[in-house]
Write a protein that binds this ligand. Structure first.
Ligand code: GRF
Length: 224
């Protein structure tokens, strides 16, 4: 088995402020994550994530879903932009769309998402409100592979935070977000090192390889 050439080429999809994108860029800049963000794509023209990309010297591309002529055509365009950037791993970071079959087929087993709850609890929207209304004592965040459901894919990594009696949606979201910024780069690092293995719907994490050459390539090949 051959080692994968590092750094991992990542492409980030975002719709908004991009604080997770920033955490990933910062981790790369600090030399703690052997990856390169090759392109940032947003479905919102003024998403601050695009500005963060530009500031970091990363190509920033707005793909207008309304101009694309349907969701398959939109995803085809997004997939082309990612492919042009040589992207091996797609990182959803505050991307407010459900991945459809076109994108899933273009990057099988190679799309990660972060969600601000301990999945499978509280998928979907208004996540902190759901946790507070349910009376959960703990919440957190989950990095998972994306499948054709909503926040249903195999779980890679999670972090837990307490839910305090005085919490509002905003205070809980802020506490969780701090953990997101730790956990997402960690999960991407595991992927980059070729240490994630799918067994059924469980993700097993292999021990670190002794040397770069020992890292096994376990990711499904990209379609031609
Ligand atoms: C995060 O809470 C993430 O879990 C969710 O959307 C939010 C994105 O925040 N999917 P940011 O754009 O990364 O700041």
């Amino acid at each position: 088995m051959s080692g994968r050439p590092l750094p991992l080429a990542a492409g980030v999809l975002a719709s908004g402020r991009g604080s997770n994108l920033q955490a990933i860029l910062d981790e790369i800049a600090a030399g703690r994550l052997d990856a390169a963000v090759r392109v940032v794509v947003a479905d919102v023209a003024d998403a601050f994530a695009l500005e963060r990309a530009r500031r970091a010297g990363v190509p920033a591309v707005f793909v207008d879903p309304k101009a694309a002529g349907g969701s398959a055509a939109y995803e085809q365009r997004v997939a082309s932009v990612l492919r042009e950037g040589g992207v091996e791993l797609v990182v959803l970071a505050g991307y407010m769309r459900i991945c459809g079959p076109t994108l899933l087929a273009a990057f099988p087993g190679r799309i990660l998402n972060i969600h601000p709850s301990l999945l499978p609890a509280f998928p979907g929207l208004h996540v902190q409100r759901q946790a507070l209304e349910h009376g959960a004592r703990f919440s957190g965040c989950t990095v998972h592979f994306v499948d054709d459901g909503v926040d249903t894919g195999p779980i890679v990594a999670q972090a837990v935070v307490p839910v305090l009696d005085a919490d509002t949606e905003d205070t809980l979201a802020a506490r969780i977000l701090r953990q997101e910024h730790r956990v997402y780069p960690h999960a991407i690092r595991l992927f980059a090192e070729g240490r994630l293995r799918l067994e059924g719907r469980r993700v097993l994490v292999d021990a670190p390889a002794p040397g770069a050459d020992g890292a096994a390539l376990i990711h499904p090949p990209l379609p031609a």
